[in-house]
Write a protein that binds this ligand. Structure first.
Ligand SMILES: Cc1cc2nc3c(=O)[nH]c(=O)nc-3n(C[C@H](O)[C@H](O)[C@H](O)COP(=O)(O)O)c2cc1C
Length: 369
């Protein structure tokens, strides 16, 4: 397996390199008859793209998605056949990467790609570049649109920490993308967003980078999605999030903080609500128990590292193993957190859409039309 495909029923294969002809995705397993969400995909692609201001890489890419297959031309409905989406690369400055063929950037993927394949696409970092996520965000937004249409599901991610600046809490029941996008850093609390911006600006001026945490809530997932052993929702979400470039940690519910609680504090008591629905009073579990959704909001967090490309001299070795000093050039993100927000939303949508379709195949009721 090459590791370019994700999902079981709703399957995506991404393709393309950062400085090649373009990048995209083939989606296989999308149900027929769904109105293709062109506008929604364009919106999420705009939130993902570089060139959004001083906090992101200055590379200018329009990232307009072309759809090559899988839609009925007259109606724009999905045909149930593979959907191929692609964006071109127009602002690649490959000469900035000339030195990199012969040396290994510290904490980037040059050495490990060489170790794995014996060669690599040097310019722009090839598939190690976050440009690979173009295909994920396009496919994830289609998945999100299916989840919204069939179950009214809403997915909202936000920047919850940058360096030492931490957003204490938000109202996860009502938070909207508009509130998240009120600041360029994508933190919904104004004064915290300002502090985060200052930290990113300071890092950028020092030629350095800074990491942080994206949190995400998924509202409206019914009880009963997931699988009990290997393909637990927790496990699939962990794999999805940890497949994002620069991700270094993953939590569901209270995550690592749950280790500081007693069972008596962490347990989520069950009650029946006014509609006779089984609910929990609290949601420390993050909406998943035994690998299966319990009908509460799914709450997760992803930690992103301070990315590798800093504009300071660094010690490394070349392909011959000789010690050299490396000085980066080009356009890079001083902090990837604001752009990671739509990527986390997309990966959550891909996992949940796959499990929505799998849940339908799991029972006789789901199979009856
Ligand atoms: C939105 C986003 C933007 C990124 N931009 C850069 C960048 O400008 N420079 C860089 O060195 N790494 C960047 N990265 C991270 C690299 O793609 C990643 O660190 C590299 O592939 C090595 O993989 P690893 O960090 O997951 O081990 C970015 C990641 C994300 C999510």
């Amino acid at each position: 397996m090459s590791g370019n495909t994700f999902g079981h029923v709703f399957r995506v294969t991404t393709f393309g390199e950062s400085h090649g002809g373009g990048l995209g995705v083939v989606v296989d397993g999308c149900p027929a008859g769904h109105p293709f969400p062109h506008a929604r995909i364009a919106e999420q692609m705009a939130r993902r793209r570089p060139g959004q201001g001083k906090l992101t890489s200055a590379r200018q890419e329009a990232d307009a998605v072309q759809v090559y297959s899988g839609l009925e031309p007259e109606t724009g409905l999905t045909l149930g056949t593979p959907i191929m989406m692609m964006v071109g690369n127009s602002d690649a400055r490959s000469h900035h990467y000339d030195d990199l063929a012969a040396l290994y950037r510290p904490s980037h993927a040059d050495y490990t790609y060489d170790a794995r394949y014996g060669l690599r696409a040097v310019a722009g970092g090839g598939r190690a570049s976050a440009r690979e996520t173009v295909g994920r965000v396009a496919a994830g937004t289609l998945a999100e649109d299916l989840l919204a249409a069939l179950h009214g599901i809403e997915i909202v991610a936000w920047v919850a920490a940058v360096g030492d600046v931490v957003l204490p809490a938000v109202d996860e029941a009502t938070l909207t993308r508009a509130q998240v996008d009120a600041s360029a850093v994508r933190c919904p609390e104004g004064h915290v967003a300002e502090d985060m911006t200052a930290v990113i600006e300071a890092a950028r001026k020092q030629g350095d980078t800074v990491g942080g945490v994206v949190r995400c809530v998924v509202r409206g997932v019914p009880a009963g999605w997931g699988a009990p052993v290997f393909d637990k929702l927790t496990a699939d979400l962990a794999k999805a999030m940890m497949s994002l470039p620069a991700s270094r940690g993953f939590e569901v519910g209270d995550g690592f903080a749950s280790t500081r609680l007693r069972g008596s504090q962490h347990n989520d008591p069950f009650v029946k609500d006014e509609r006779g629905q089984v609910r929990t009073v609290t949601n420390h579990s993050g909406g998943i128990q035994g690998g299966i959704s319990n009908g509460e909001a799914i709450r997760l967090a992803v930690a992103f590292k301070p990315v590798a490309t800093i504009f300071q001299p660094q010690q490394t070795v070349n392909r011959a193993g000789e010690a050299v000093t490396f000085q980066a050039r080009g356009r890079h993100d001083p902090c990837v957190l604001p752009r990671a927000v739509p990527m986390v939303e997309a990966m959550a949508a891909l996992v949940l859409c796959d499990h929505m379709l799998r849940a339908r195949l799991a029972t006789m009721d789901g199979l009856r039309r």
